[in-house]
Ligand binder design. Structure first.
Ligand code: NAP
Length: 274
């Protein structure tokens, strides 16, 4: 069977490596392609992709745009407002979101709990929607979203605001001086390779936090996580999330449950190969 990832620029994607490790592990003779598409090519590609592919993953900037080409979208993906996994049945595509699952599994694996905590999420982009949905599902005490532009953030996260009025938006300046949180989660690309000396917040802004979570996985320790470690936080990067969301996509495509131990095994093999 053929699978693949669609996005605009995919040069540094680790997805083929993860799925190939998975195919090897299960002895499957499947393939995983990287498919770069220009925005104007997306709709036409999806109209016939089911003739070639059994399933696709979706990344920046198409996680929202693909939804209108699909036959139907799961309730989870609708609530999040983004699709990262498509299963084809004939030419009909069905949309799912496994980033939500991957993020939750990553926190479980790191032993980080959000219930009754003050949780601060940095950023309001595509990945932030799945992360925010997961945060809200865990009954935190308070949720702050730090953003460069509150109006834009409100517009992007409007579906979450109608369901949960208690999300508070703060600027990065306010975050450092006014907010005393427990868990800080970076969903911005700030600090990602090659800009490894950048951090979305100062070291001081992490004072008093129990945990710092970065969904970036390259480098392994971002500046943000290094600051967190210096402040005594439990830290974790996004590699486990990346592997967990990929395995959850495989579960959808293969229509079978896979053991959790597989996530940890593939994450370890991937980490050692990087
Ligand atoms: P995106 O949709 O482009 O969103 C990026 C967000 O970061 C936006 O809210 C943007 O703010 C903010 N931002 C960008 N530059 C900033 C800066 N200099 N200062 C403050 N905020 C800034 O990207 P995405 O898809 O959400 O991905 C974000 C990161 O998550 C990437 O590094 C990606 O690799 C990673 N990711 C990891 C996983 C995983 O499985 N581990 C999954 C998905 C994504 P504005 O709205 O103000 O522009």
């Amino acid at each position: 069977m053929k699978f693949g990832l669609i996005g605009e620029k995919l040069g540094h994607s680790l997805s083929p490596q993860i799925h190939n490790l998975f195919f090897k592990e299960l002895g499957l003779d499947n393939t995983y392609d990287l498919i770069e598409l220009k925005p104007e090519e997306l709709e036409e590609f999806l109209a016939t992709a089911g003739n070639t592919y059994a399933g696709l993953n979706v990344t920046i900037p198409y996680k929202v745009d693909v939804m209108e080409s699909l036959k139907s979208v799961s309730l989870d993906a609708k609530a999040i407002g983004a699709v990262n996994t498509i299963q084809f049945k004939g030419e009909n595509g069905f949309g799912f979101n496994t980033d939500y699952f991957g993020f939750g599994r990553m926190l479980d694996n790191a032993g980080i709990k959000l219930a009754n905590k003050t949780v601060v999420m940095l950023g309001n982009g595509g990945a932030a929607k799945a992360v925010l949905q997961y945060i809200l599902s865990q009954f935190p005490a308070e949720v702050y979203v730090a953003t460069r532009d509150e109006d834009k953030a409100r517009e992007k996260l409007v579906d979450f605001l109608t369901r949960k009025e208690d999300i508070k938006f703060v600027s990065y300046e306010e975050l450092a001086t006014r907010v005393h949180g427990d868990v800080m989660i970076n969903t911005t690309p700030v600090g990602m390779h090659p800009n490894v000396d950048d951090s979305p917040v100062t070291k001081e802004a992490l004072a008093g936090y129990e945990a710092a979570v970065d969904i970036i996985y390259n480098p392994e320790v971002t500046k943000f996580l290094a600051y967190g470690k210096e402040q005594g936080c439990v830290t974790c990067n996004g590699l486990y999330m990346l592997v967990a969301q990929a395995i959850a996509s495989e579960e959808i495509w293969l229509e079978r449950k896979l053991p959790d131990t597989l996530i940890a095994k593939i994450e370890r093999e991937l980490r050692e190969s990087l």
